[in-house]
Design a protein around this ligand. Structure first.
Ligand code: GCW
Length: 608
């Protein structure tokens, strides 16, 4: 077993049935010679307590899944060289800690950068049990407990998972059960129509009945299925709008069908006009989610969770917190993060996310949401995440979902220590490199919160105006004098969706935090920033710095003694990152220089 479980030498054997059995197996193999007593107390759920005993042993108590989390805590602490001096107790902040895979039945993965699907091949659910047991162990040891295995864009034949392929789904659920991982399934809102019902109208009795019967059949096969995940009326997916119904009516209909079995409906809020005319300046895409959902606050059933992307656009390097996460006080909310590095370097460029996640929590009270979800960065590559260092995002996401107060340096440092047997100074270097990687990527890509200067569709590498005349509502409107969109009350008033305190923080370009400046404001290139630089100079400086810092990062990273095969992959990907950073730096600077005609004060090479 590799990744952060590199010290676990014994594979999980077939035949282990419960998390409690697995906890005992893991402890006896990973901590030989340490006497551990394990006591299960179902009332403790995912929580656990570990008490050091005078004979050098441990007493572990916890819920039926809690003992497994406690076992991994004890094991990984020991692997990190941390001896327990006093009892520790822990319960997760969020009950649902979810990974959403965007895997298609043909084995491809939408926005996947680590190979093909671990679950699907040639239209069928045919997982390799050995890899599923490895994956289960990775997820459980990171505290993750819900896995949605199929793409939210439910393409045929994924619908068959609710029909003829249900037994293979049930078999997969069974493989994950000892790891405390419950499956979730993305469903197609229009699926009743496959059974000859002429509509998918959520208020139609035949439709409601179809979902109830389906849920009864599905939960009979998989009694602990976590629920259904739904992308409706989004980017061409079917949904309630077709029938003049709103999203509470749609979600509640499904919620009623799954409620008797303890299931939840996770309903995504990624709804916007993806056929926008670029000439239309009245529509501002970041406003869309709020406009579709805020007025429905309090209307959703108890077992509906609205899953909101962390920012109002779509996983850009820098976006403000989605206002929905602050505004819907009477609704269950999950925040959706994206481990898959769609816009953030395709698991080629280094990009450690936890610093960004912690920034979100500076504005998000942890209790506003009841669950964290992340789009998976997994695939069937031998190392699971394509770039071996991208695994830090999966592991630290688990730590964050367990405890959003986690310190980013401690989380990344723990991953580094568990993954590689480096000397202390090298551990420190790698931890710092990882922690700085997001800011570096941000510097050489689209500037100061602007976003979207990326190659359309593929989303790797620069193309400053690639989306400028397209349908997706993602415009920067750079001309010879100015760049950005005014989202204050004088402009589109997106900012009006926030509580007053945040409006004040961002509304005045003189006091708006630099890194959000071009998210909220349209400004001339000659605008004086607080540090005295002009906006255009800041753009040039950031890009040159981002490239220089990538070069330094590469030198420091490649000097570390990574084991093979990681060393090879890291070297090869770093070469591609260096190329990418140079392309970004030169193309963005050239783009702005050609438009503005304003030279770099420091006389560095920009292409005319
Ligand atoms: O921005 C888009 C991605 C799509 C994805 C969508 C979503 C699954 O480019 O690939 O579709 O977000 O989150 O639904």
């Amino acid at each position: 077993m590799g990744l952060w479980l590199s010290k676990m030498k014994e594979a999980v054997p077939e035949g282990i049935r419960t998390p409690g059995e697995l906890a005992r197996f893991e402890l006896s193999h990973a901590l030989p010679g340490v006497p551990v007593t394990v006591e299960e107390d179902a009332s403790q759920g995912d929580g656990y307590r570990i008490e050091p005993l005078t004979d050098g042993g441990l007493r572990l108590t916890g819920g039926s899944t809690g003992v497994l989390y406690g076992a991994y805590r004890a094991i990984l602490d020991r692997f990190c060289g941390e001896e327990l001096a006093a009892p520790v107790e822990s319960t997760p902040k969020y009950a649902l800690r979810m990974i959403d895979c965007w895997d298609n039945p043909d084995g491809s993965i939408e926005r996947g950068y680590a190979g093909r699907s671990l679950f699907f091949h040639d239209g069928k659910l045919t997982p390799d049990p050995v890899r599923i047991r490895e994956l289960g162990r990775l997820l459980a040891s990171a505290g993750l407990n819900v896995l949605c295995i199929n793409n939210v864009n439910v393409h045929f034949p994924a619908q068959l998972l609710l029909e003829d392929d249900l037994p293979s789904l049930a078999a997969l659920a069974e493989m994950f059960r000892p790891f405390g991982v419950r499956l979730m399934l993305s469903v197609d809102f229009s699926q009743p129509m496959r059974s000859g019902i002429p509509t998918a109208d959520p208020l139609d009795p035949a439709v409601r009945n179809w979902w109830k019967k389906t849920a009864t059949r599905v939960w009979a096969a998989i009694p602990d299925l976590a629920g259904f995940l739904v992308k409706a009326d989004s980017e061409g997916r079917p949904g309630p709008f077709t029938y003049g119904r709103n999203h509470a009516e749609g979600a509640n209909m499904l919620a009623e069908a799954v409620a008797p079995f303890g299931g939840v409906i996770v309903w995504r809020c990624f709804v916007y006009n993806c056929r926008q005319d670029w000439r239309d300046t009245a529509t501002d895409r970041p406003k869309a989610a709020w406009e579709h959902y805020a007025f429905l606050d309090g209307e959703f059933a108890e077992n509906v969770i609205l899953q909101v992307k962390h920012g109002p656009f779509d996983f850009q390097v820098r976006e403000p917190l989605s206002p929905l996460l602050l505004g819907m006080k009477k609704t269950n909310l999950a925040m959706e993060l994206q481990l898959a590095q769609e816009y953030t370097g395709h698991q080629i460029d280094l990009y450690t996310m936890i610093p960004m996640w912690k920034e979100l929590y500076e504005e998000l009270p942890a209790d506003n949401i009841m669950s964290l979800a992340a789009v998976s960065n997994l695939g069937d590559d031998a190392n699971y995440t394509g770039h071996p260092l991208a695994a830090v995002n999966l592991y630290t996401f688990g730590l964050l979902a367990w405890d959003p107060d986690i310190d980013p340096a401690a989380a990344v440092g723990r991953w580094v220590r568990l993954t590689y047997g480096l000397a202390p100074a090298e551990e420190q270097t790698l931890t710092e490199l990882l922690l700085s990687s997001r800011r570096i990527y941000e510097k050489y890509t689209a500037p100061l919160g602007l976003g979207w200067m990326i190659t359309p569709h593929d989303h790797y590498g620069p193309n400053p105006s690639g989306y400028e005349y397209d349908l997706w509502g993602t415009y920067h409107k750079a001309n010879r004098n100015a760049v950005g969109i005014d989202r204050t009350a004088k402009g589109t008033d997106f900012l009006g969706q926030y509580p007053e305190e945040l409006r004040k923080k961002y509304e005045d370009p003189e006091t708006c935090p630099d890194l959000y400046l071009l998210f909220y404001h349209r400004l001339p290139y000659t605008f004086r920033m607080r540090d005295g630089r002009t906006l255009i100079q800041r753009i040039y400086d950031d890009h040159f710095e981002g490239l220089a810092e990538t070069r330094t990062m590469a030198e420091n990273l490649l000097a570390l003694p990574f084991p093979e095969p990681d060393a090879d992959v890291i070297r090869e990907r770093m070469d591609r990152q260096l190329y990418n950073a140079r392309e970004w730096c030169d193309i963005i600077n050239t783009f702005f220089f050609r438009l503005s005609g304003i030279p770099d004060e420091k006389g560095r090479k920009i292409y005319d």
